[in-house]
Design a protein around this ligand. Structure first.
Ligand SMILES: Cc1cc2nc3c(=O)[nH]c(=O)nc-3n(C[C@H](O)[C@H](O)[C@H](O)COP(=O)(O)OP(=O)(O)OC[C@H]3O[C@@H](n4cnc5c(N)ncnc54)[C@H](O)[C@@H]3O)c2cc1C
Length: 244
């Protein structure tokens, strides 16, 4: 990977990935790269696509299992620099892919933007939440997205608006893409009301999941027309483990 050493990119070789996942597990990445802005990311993606190197985009690592043997390739984190930008664009929020949802909710509360409160307690980055179409109950990221920016399979920046985005349950079906940011359509509200809503959703989540423990939240996806929790209980498997 000498071609990366010659660049100005921030590189960490043999970086333990357990520090970057909510489970706190996983071996080392051959190299972890932290681009600061879109130009650095474009250079990186174009180079990796040209060399054919294995790579992985990591958000907050809350929906990913890293092998104990680590990742033989390049892990890219967007959790710094321009990718943490939050700004007001003609009444809509423009947000970088590396931004934590909790940070974004703090901004929404302070500035009275409503519509994203259902994401309270989900330890995601904006990029990861969009890629997974994260959400709770029947509410998902799909309903707040106005458009997204991403790098395509040539490493070129593209924008797609909501009507062209194919969201489904916990999935955004899109060609090869590194999401760099999004514009969110939220409503103006009072900071007090937004705060109340955030607390409501956060408490709802805390009742169902031990947020202070290491986990990946819900392990299973719901099958079509069925709730997986109810199915596990019906089969008498609730609380069972390898040793119980
Ligand atoms: C305690 C806990 C509670 C949870 N509760 C919920 C819940 O209620 N609802 C829910 O839907 N999920 C929940 N999750 C799962 C998880 O938070 C979501 O799936 C979240 O969207 C993952 O975001 P992330 O930034 O951590 O992505 P990561 O886990 O880092 O990555 C997930 C996937 O997205 C890809 N990815 C990440 N960023 C980008 C990017 N910028 N561009 C392209 N691809 C990208 C990664 O390559 C990977 O394939 C929970 C997890 C935990 C630990």
């Amino acid at each position: 990977m000498n071609y990366l050493k010659a660049s100005k990119l921030s590189l960490k070789f043999n970086e333990p990935l357990k520090n970057y996942t909510t489970f706190g597990i996983g071996g080392k990445a051959s190299v972890l790269v932290r681009p600061e802005n879109i130009e650095e990311l474009k250079f990186l993606i174009k180079t990796l696509l040209k060399t054919g190197e294995n790579f992985l985009i990591l958000g907050c690592g809350s929906n990913i299992l890293i092998n104990d043997e680590g990742f033989d390739g390049v892990v890219i984190s967007l959790r710094q620099g321009d990718f943490l930008h939050i700004g007001n664009k003609a009444g809509n929020l423009e947000v970088g892919a590396g931004t934590r949802i909790s940070t974004l909710l703090g901004f929404c509360e302070k500035n009275g933007f409503s519509g994203l409160e259902f994401m309270a307690g989900i330890p995601a980055s904006v990029g990861g939440a969009i890629k997974q179409n994260a959400g709770i109950l029947k509410k998902t990221m799909a309903e707040v997205i106005k458009d997204i920016n991403y790098l395509d399979k040539k490493g070129e920046i593209r924008t797609l608006s909501d009507k062209d985005l194919n969201f489904s349950y916990r999935c955004l079906d899109l060609e090869f893409s590194v999401i760099t940011g999004a514009t969110l359509k939220l409503k103006k509200s009072s900071p007090k009301k937004v705060k109340e809503n955030i607390r409501l959703f956060f408490n709802l989540k805390r009742q169902k999941q031990p947020l202070e423990k290491k986990s990946a939240g819900c392990i299973f996806k719901n099958p079509k027309f069925m709730n997986i929790g109810a199915l596990i209980e019906e089969l008498g498997l609730k609380g069972k483990g390898l040793l119980s």
